[in-house]
Ligand binder design. Structure first.
Ligand SMILES: [Zn+2]
Length: 283
């Protein structure tokens, strides 16, 4: 991969900030963006600026402990969360944090985006869990993120927003778009009666295709999702994909519509007859 120069990276951050704001993924001064400059320096957005109106000279350079090396402004108030990602994932080059409204609504409702529904989400992100609630800009936030960051390139932050990581700035940003797009589709599908889910076999097939698409997402799907639940630090992903009968690739979701053959409908007269019949049999 061709390394981008510092001026290019500054311009990339400005552009991504503009897109986040234009798409409504951030309001006011929300959100933050960072990228590795080299082995021991990061370039990141400053605190207290609207991401839609930044310019290249506003950015702050820090070391990996968060000490400011240059820049007139102070680094992002969520810097500790970014530092935690770079510490846990040496291969990650860029981090984006925003509050995209539909994904954030899932994070507020406590509903993770962990159902296997769309092939491209399964291949690029897999499951999108919710990191436990933490007070923003405190040490609690990096601690909450730590649990999922090894195995996930995107996660929701309870009652707060979303976090994405990537091999470069744009790949981290595109994952933010994917999460919000997925959240929108999941929301409408649930309004329409519930998603049909990809079967577990289909998910495994998609995981096998990741390499072909050049996706090096680190995490496999947990072989045993129940066993993975209690872990302090997830090293695989829990994705809800039911086992299906042979050849079936789509399965009705847990909260999906009940199939016609599973549904029971009785008229009042039929019900009364059934009760009378049961009472008669008791005698
Ligand atoms: Zn935030």
């Amino acid at each position: 991969m061709v390394m981008r120069s510092e001026p290019q990276l500054r311009a990339d951050i400005v552009e991504i900030g503009r897109r986040l704001y234009a798409r409504g993924y951030t309001a006011s001064n929300d959100g933050n963006i960072s990228v590795r400059l080299d082995d021991d320096r990061l370039l990141m957005t400053p605190t207290n600026v609207c991401k839609g109106f930044m310019h290249e000279q506003m950015m702050v350079v820090t070391d990996l402990e968060g000490k400011k090396l240059s820049g007139e402004r102070n680094p992002s108030s969520e810097m500790q969360m970014h530092l935690e990602v770079y510490r846990q994932r040496p291969e990650i080059q860029a981090v984006v944090h925003a509050h995209p409204p539909v994904a954030t609504a899932f994070a507020v409702a406590g509903i993770p985006l962990d159902r296997a529904v769309l092939a491209e989400v399964v291949t690029t992100l897999g499951s999108v869990p919710i990191a436990e609630y933490a007070t923003p800009s405190t040490q609690e936030l990096p601690a909450a993120v730590r649990k999922y960051v090894k195995a996930h390139d995107g996660m929701l932050l309870a009652n707060h927003g979303a976090l994405t990581l990537g091999a470069d700035l744009f790949s981290a940003y595109y994952k933010m778009e994917t999460i919000e797009h997925f959240a929108n589709i999941s929301f409408v599908a649930r309004m329409l009666g519930g998603e049909r889910l990809l079967s577990r076999d289909e998910v495994m097939r998609l995981q096998g295709l990741r390499g072909r698409y050049g996706i090096t997402s680190p995490a496999p799907i947990c072989a045993d999702p129940i066993a993975a639940e209690g872990d302090d630090s997830a090293d695989c992903q829990v994705l809800f994909a039911p086992t299906a009968s042979a050849g079936e690739r789509l399965v009705s979701g847990r909260f999906g519509p009940v199939g016609a053959d599973e549904e029971i409908r009785l008229t009042y007269r039929e019900l009364t007859a059934l009760i009378e019949d049961a009472v008669r049999n008791l005698k």
